[in-house]
Design a protein around this ligand. Structure first.
Ligand SMILES: O=C(O)[C@H]1O[C@H](OP(=O)(O)OP(=O)(O)OC[C@H]2O[C@@H](n3ccc(=O)[nH]c3=O)[C@H](O)[C@@H]2O)[C@H](O)[C@@H](O)[C@@H]1O
Length: 417
């Protein structure tokens, strides 16, 4: 902080009153700087890092909210940092953890990949159940370190990511930023934390890429991704292996299969099909070469939440301390799917029935923009190790989604796009 302005004034006027005034201003600025942004001193000089600091965090009141949100309220509860807490899966997982008495602190950057007002509505929902979402980027090392300084998280549920398969054609950098750089930054902070947390994180069914053997098993090859999104998730799995091997971090990757449900993502087909059918807009339905069906193993959010909680509950402790590995640590990957793929045309038929509106369908050749023709999960490993057993079929799940959609958007909110 430059002192020269008031020294200059002192010389000019020699006024004791002015000196006192400016001294107070100066002291006040120091206090604000110190309490509102405790990490500022440790900021690296790298300008790209600085550009992350557009969020307001820090200070005693902020720390109090962080502690209170992360406070464990049940006997055998865990304290979890949930990244991407204002996201679709993040919101549901955070709420479920809080309901059973675990400590939950959210972290989210509220970017505008899709309508941020939906993220704000999810945030409001979580706030009502006592979950505080810190606004910040997973690439912000000082912020993450501060969170671990304030709370000794036992677990991290890492769901913050750049999602969506097709958007990678438009903005490849955002996938590298969140899914690779952000993941590494988070793992670095977890590695240095004492005690180290166990980490459960979102991989994707898209890592199976162009595989033709079905159903997809965790033992199958994952070296032919069809999109940059898939490639960054696959990279995440290899990065997880490294941190487990070198630093003893306990890591569980979950390969989610096309998750859908209330509070879902507007960039996903079931969501924008609903919006466009209601608007009377034509919807493009993809088909493979030679009119082959495009299908997905659509998985309902409540089943996914159960899989996430079971993964947290069965995660073993990380073994490192002081950044050093002290013994072998757990490294797992699970498919979380529904095991019954449904053609996209059937998805549309179900939506038509639920919405009581006939869709304007346009059958379109599957564009070469990252989509794969089908997905189908073998879930026997998750069944054995996590007790994972999906119970919601697409018809039932979409009914719940449509009910939510109609009530959410009839409340004065509009589906954008
Ligand atoms: O399972 C996963 O790992 C992935 O699931 C979804 O990706 P995707 O299955 O492609 O989901 P949607 O984008 O909702 O597409 C669903 C189906 O609708 C089809 N579709 C999509 C868009 C469109 O205009 N028309 C159309 O027929 C797609 O080809 C696909 O078969 C998510 O968007 C990813 O973030 C996630 O990682």
């Amino acid at each position: 902080m430059d002192k020269s302005p008031y020294i200059h004034r002192l010389r000019l006027h020699g006024s004791l009153a002015k000196l006192t005034f400016w001294s107070f201003v100066f002291l006040g600025l120091i206090l604000i700087f110190f309490f509102r942004s405790p990490s500022s001193n440790s900021l690296p000089s790298d300008p790209s890092r600085r550009s992350l600091r557009t969020y307001n965090w820090g200070g005693p009141a902020w720390e109090k909210r962080v502690r209170s949100s992360a406070k464990v309220r049940s006997r055998h509860g865990i304290s979890v940092l949930v990244t991407g807490a204002a996201g679709f899966v993040g919101t549901h997982v955070s709420a479920a953890l809080k309901r059973r008495g675990d400590g939950v602190l959210g972290l989210d950057c509220f970017n505008d990949y899709y309508d941020p007002s939906l993220k704000r509505a999810r945030q409001a929902l979580l706030e009502r159940s006592g979950v505080f979402i810190v606004e910040g980027d997973i690439n912000d090392a000082p912020l993450l370190s501060k969170l671990f300084e304030v709370v000794a998280f036992t677990h991290v549920m890492h769901l913050a990511a750049q999602a969506g398969v097709r958007y990678a054609m438009e903005n490849p950098g955002s996938y590298v930023h969140s899914n690779i750089a952000g993941l590494v930054n988070l793992l670095e902070v977890c590695k240095n934390a004492n005690p180290q947390p166990a980490i459960v994180w979102a991989s994707s069914s898209s890592v199976y890429g162009l595989n033709t053997k079905v159903p997809f098993s965790e033992r199958d090859r994952t070296d032919q991704p069809a999109s940059l999104y898939a490639a960054t998730k696959k990279a995440g799995e290899e990065i997880a292996h490294t941190y487990n091997h070198i630093h003893g971090l306990s890591l569980t990757g979950l390969r989610f299969f096309t998750v859908y449900g209330p509070w879902g993502r507007p960039d996903m087909a079931y969501f924008f099909f609903t919006r466009d059918i209601l608007k009377g807009k034509t919807i493009p339905i993809f088909e493979g070469a030679n009119h082959r069906t495009v299908a997905r193993d659509f998985t309902y959010i409540d089943d996914i939440v159960k899989g996430c909680l079971a993964s947290l509950d069965t995660a073993e402790k990380s073994t490192g301390s002081g950044g050093k590995k002290k013994g072998p640590a757990q490294l797992r990957v699970f498919n979380l799917g529904n095991t019954s793929p449904v053609p996209v045309t059937d998805l549309v038929t179900i939506l038509e029935r639920l919405l009581k509106v006939k869709a304007k369908r346009k059958i379109t050749k599957l564009p070469r923009n990252g989509d794969v023709q089908f997905t189908h999960a073998n879930i026997s490993l998750a069944q054995r190790e996590l007790g994972y057993k999906p119970t919601t079929d697409l018809q039932t799940g979409l009914k719940k989604f449509v009910r939510w959609y109609l009530s959410y958007y009839s409340g004065g909110k509009k589906a954008s796009g």
